[in-house]
Design a protein around this ligand. Structure first.
Ligand SMILES: Cc1ncc(COP(=O)(O)O)c(C=O)c1O
Length: 265
């Protein structure tokens, strides 16, 4: 049996180069700007990337959500889609896949992450509540605050130091979290908002040991752990690379163990 753990798509498909095993069939022309034009656009936007016009942006790193190319199978899937008003077979197909790969029992499809954040925040946060998180993502925090909550940063201090080489700078500082719980009381904390590969810290991962310890602490106080699963595959890759005992575990098994310490995503 071949026990090699393949790390890239190229390796999985037996290719020597890093090249991805697909071709992109559609192109969208974009404007080529000069250095001077970009400087002018940035100045006019007050150096706020949210106020830039997209026509002035050549490489857009603000989000990849819904902006990237779809595969031929995704496009074909749209044509095969069951548009029934209720009971659509595609819903059951998606639900089955979520149960199989994530292990969560219930699922609500949303069009994008920010839509999910809105529903979750409206449903669970009441004015006066506190929502601890390992730093925050812009729209996540916004929806928490619009619902009347207060975000509290409980990430480890190392995350705030860009030069620090800690391997898991996305980790939750359990002492900070417990201090908050003791100060505020469990009734005012609807859940812990945990994110893999913390965006604001530059994509820093959370270790398995940390999420496991977080689960134990939250069980003690009966507080759910909700995961922002954006880039969790990358988080699992960092666990495989950096955490003892995971070098030979496939990414899917690492992911399944990680989800098992969370209540939902
Ligand atoms: C960590 C994180 N959470 C939430 C979101 C929001 O997701 P979406 O762009 O699908 O609304 C993003 C988007 O980039 C993200 O990086």
């Amino acid at each position: 049996m071949n026990n090699t753990i393949y790390k890239t798509m190229g390796q999985q498909f037996g290719r020597r180069s890093w090249a991805e095993p697909w071709k992109i069939k559609m192109v969208e022309p974009i404007t080529m700007t000069t250095h001077e034009e970009r400087q002018k656009a940035l100045k006019e936007a007050g150096y706020n990337t949210f106020l830039l016009y997209s026509k002035d942006v050549y490489i857009d790193l603000l989000t990849d959500s819904g902006t990237s190319a779809m595969s031929d199978r995704q496009w074909a899937g749209m044509m095969l889609g069951d548009e029934a008003y209720a009971g659509s077979r595609n819903f059951y197909h998606l639900e089955e896949a979520v149960k199989k790969y994530y292990g969560y029992h219930y699922m609500v499809p949303t069009h994008q992450g920010r839509g999910a954040e809105h529903i979750l925040s409206k449903a669970l946060i009441k004015p006066g509540y506190y929502v601890p998180g390992n730093m925050y993502f812009t729209t996540t925090r916004l929806h928490q605050e619009l619902a009347g909550g207060t975000f509290v940063d409980v990430i480890i201090d190392e995350a705030h130091d860009p030069a620090n080489l800690h391997p898991f700078k996305g980790n939750v500082d359990l002492d900070k979290l417990e201090a908050l719980i003791k100060r505020i009381g469990t009734n005012n904390i609807p859940y812990v908002s945990l994110a893999g590969t913390v965006n604001m810290a530059g994509g820093q991962p959370v270790s398995m040991a940390n999420v496991k310890a977080l689960r134990t602490l939250c069980d003690r106080y009966d507080i759910p752990v909700y995961l922002d699963a954006t880039r969790m595959v990358e988080n699992a890759f960092f666990i495989q690379e950096r955490e003892e005992g995971y070098a030979n575990k496939p990414i899917i098994d690492i992911l399944k163990e990680f989800w098992s310490y969370t209540d939902t995503a």
